[in-house]
Design a protein around this ligand. Structure first.
Ligand code: PMP
Length: 394
């Protein structure tokens, strides 16, 4: 039976790109893994999480394993609300929803806000899974360029003015990763953050702020746009994936009350109740703040390390971004097709992500690649960069 005839047009369009991740190197293969945005194995507080799970099961018996039973499950929301996670976000007239990673928060955002004909604005390049998620709800996109200070907000302002003047459709929302952007590692500077918020007010659009890497910024550094949102323009998404463990699937959104109510309506009780309880126990009884500081400092060292390796091994024609933190660095290799380069790299045991996956139009980005410095060890990073560089000489 031709099952696909049951799908509506948007799903056909979404599936044109193939199943998610089908092209990607296997995350746990023997390759030097410079492609996955995974936390380093040592950055996951495994002992503490095991202690939390054990204490919880001893104390509450079956409750953490029930749908809603564990008293600790509720603590998670309280802790997230109180601290929100030390990023200067105050709930005031806003509400929070806890989700299965920020991925679910983004999916619910798209589900609640988007109609097929709505225009979504993206940074170019942008987080590839965000593209996949938005594609499930609309096929109408516009991309805006970035430079070393993040999204080019002046370019955006000019385009918005042009659109308004000529009665061309304006975006309903812009999706941005302003802090340690995926894939470029760049952070949007403060004046652009405020300027973007002003534009949202002026041209009546929403900002979906993905702060998945925000907790890797030191305190007071790079405040989220949401922290100065007085007009209910920002839907803020965050996560414990990069600072505790992605497998817990703990993320959240902070947004105006009505928005969160609509998201809850669709989420139902699809929560990972056990994970909520374990995470709450961990946050309450273990030293999360020291852990985050440690993790931050470890990733900063690895960032320095990958920059040094790039400077040492890459030809002078190759350039890369200058992230101040996060997991990624974005490399420009003029005249090289990075899709072809990946095949050769895999054959000698190193992986990265070709740039085209981070663009709406797959014809874009072929001269770029994303390197992740979060998962591989320093020695592997050095070897991996050396291997990739050796392929450029032939
Ligand atoms: N947003 C960005 C920019 C990311 O890089 C990631 C992780 N790759 C996510 C969201 C998803 O994170 P989570 O595990 O919280 O779903």
């Amino acid at each position: 039976m031709n099952f696909e005839r049951f799908f509506p047009p948007l799903i056909h369009k979404a599936l044109e790109v193939g199943p998610p991740g089908q092209w990607a190197p296997k995350p746990f293969s023997q390759n030097i893994n410079l492609h996955a945005g995974y936390p380093h194995p040592n950055a996951i507080p495994i002992e503490d999480l095991m202690k939390a799970a054990l204490n919880l099961s001893n104390k509450e018996r079956d409750l953490p394993f029930q749908y809603e039973g564990s008293p600790s499950k509720k603590n998670l929301k309280i802790l997230l609300k109180e601290n929100s996670y030390i990023r200067g976000i105050h709930l005031d007239n806003q509400k929070m929803i806890v989700t299965a990673g920020s991925t679910q928060a983004l999916d619910l955002t798209a589900k609640v806000l988007l109609h097929e004909s709505d225009l979504v604005a993206l940074e170019s390049p942008t987080y590839m899974e965000a593209i996949e998620i938005f594609r499930n709800y609309t096929s109408n996109f516009i991309s805006y360029p970035m430079d070393q200070k993040g999204l080019d907000v002046d370019f955006l302002a000019e385009d918005l003015a042009y659109r308004q003047k000529n009665r061309i459709q304006l975006p309903k929302l812009i999706y941005t990763v302003p802090t340690f952007h995926n894939p470029t590692g760049i952070s949007m500077d403060l004046s652009r953050r405020t300027q973007l918020l002003k534009l949202a007010e002026e041209y009546d659009f929403l900002i979906v702020e993905d702060d998945a890497y925000g907790q890797l910024a030191s305190k007071g550094e790079l405040p989220p746009i949401k922290s100065f949102d007085k007009f209910d323009r920002v839907i803020y998404l965050s996560s414990m994936s990069k600072v505790i463990a992605p497998g817990l699937r703990i993320g959240w959104a902070v947004a105006p009350k009505k928005m969160v109510e609509a998201m809850s309506h669709f989420k139902k009780d699809a929560d990972h109740a056990f994970s909520w309880a374990v995470t709450a126990y961990y946050l309450k009884h273990c030293d999360f703040s020291t852990h985050v500081q440690q993790v931050r400092s470890d990733y900063s060292k690895r960032l320095l390390f990958i920059k040094e390796a790039l400077s040492k091994y890459m030809p002078t024609t190759i350039h890369w971004t200058e992230p101040s933190g996060g997991f990624f660095i974005w490399v420009h290799l003029p005249t090289i097709d990075t899709d072809k380069l990946l095949k050769k790299a895999l054959a000698i045991g190193v992986s990265f992500i070709p740039g085209k996956h981070f663009f709406i139009d797959p014809c874009d980005g072929s001269e770029f690649l994303r390197l992740s410095f979060s998962y591989a060890d320093e020695e592997q990073i050095s070897k991996g960069i050396m291997f990739i560089a050796s392929l450029l000489e032939v």
